[in-house]
Design a protein around this ligand. Sequence first.
Ligand code: C2E
Ligand code: CA
Ligand code: CA
Ligand code: CA
Length: 280
Amino acid sequence: AKERGKGRHAVYDARLERDQAADAQLGAELRQALDNGDFTLVYQPIVSLPGGEWTSLETLIRWKHPERGFIGPDVFIPIAERTGQIVPLGDWILRTALAQAAEWQETFGDRAPGEIGVNVSARQLREPGFAADVRAALADTGFDPEKLVVEVTETAVFDGGIALDTLQNLVTLGVRIALDDFGTGHSSLGLLRTCPADILKVDKSFVDGIGGRSEEAVIATAMIQITNGLHLQAIAEGVETAEQAETLHRLGYRYAQGYHFSRPLSPEQVSEQLRAASVL
Ligand code: C2E
Ligand code: CA
Ligand code: CA
Ligand code: CA
């Protein structure tokens, strides 16, 4: 047994080393990718219940690696955070999304979704210049700050300090704050007293189990009561079935997002849908 334990340890070490090497490799390639234009943005609609009208779009990044093909943000965003690459990458994401949203507004007017959401990582929030960068990006694109929603996780703002100051500065600009993956991080409820959030994005894990008398349904119900009581907006994430959408609506949810309504769409697909909707 001892032998086997030792062997397993060696395997683990080897894998860890391989992972670290792969991380370092990807980190180096991330720098190249931005210059090469290998990143693109897709946009997933957030809809109103029960009708499914688009109310806003969440920006999600995609990496088309020249050799390895598609790499998901769950893989490379954590690496970009560790290496600090998320700061220039995040600035590119924000500016590209704002320019795109401004273009849709110009082309489609009121038919374009009112708001655009952008995910912002913990590392970005701790950059002292971040709020100033957001202000500059808004000024350069002429985009209305009140139509920008910055999505942050509970974990990113949990330790307070600079991150909370940054959020406060964003609020001063008129930007709205969404707490992402709500209910899965540290101190969910306590955070609501200190964090200037406008929107709670209720995590998919609660939506998944919402049918019947499950604990998730009880929690999802409590969350809608909290958001109503605090005059916040709740968005249910990861809605995959009509049944889930109906249950959420019955529980009092007015906004949802998920594959049942739409997958993330390329800019061309968004334009197509908006064009089709304006013909109706
Ligand atoms: P997130 O912000 O919680 O984004 C929601 C994720 O759930 C997205 O995955 C989306 O495609 C996926 N999703 C939406 N509806 C459904 C559904 O009905 N079922 C299922 N199974 N999944 C659904 P994606 O695009 O792979 O992004 C994963 C995570 O990577 C994001 O989670 C976010 O934390 C991070 N991320 C993505 N784009 C960015 C970005 O531009 N900046 C930063 N900092 N992080 C990003
Ligand atoms: Ca998000
Ligand atoms: Ca989320
Ligand atoms: Ca997530």
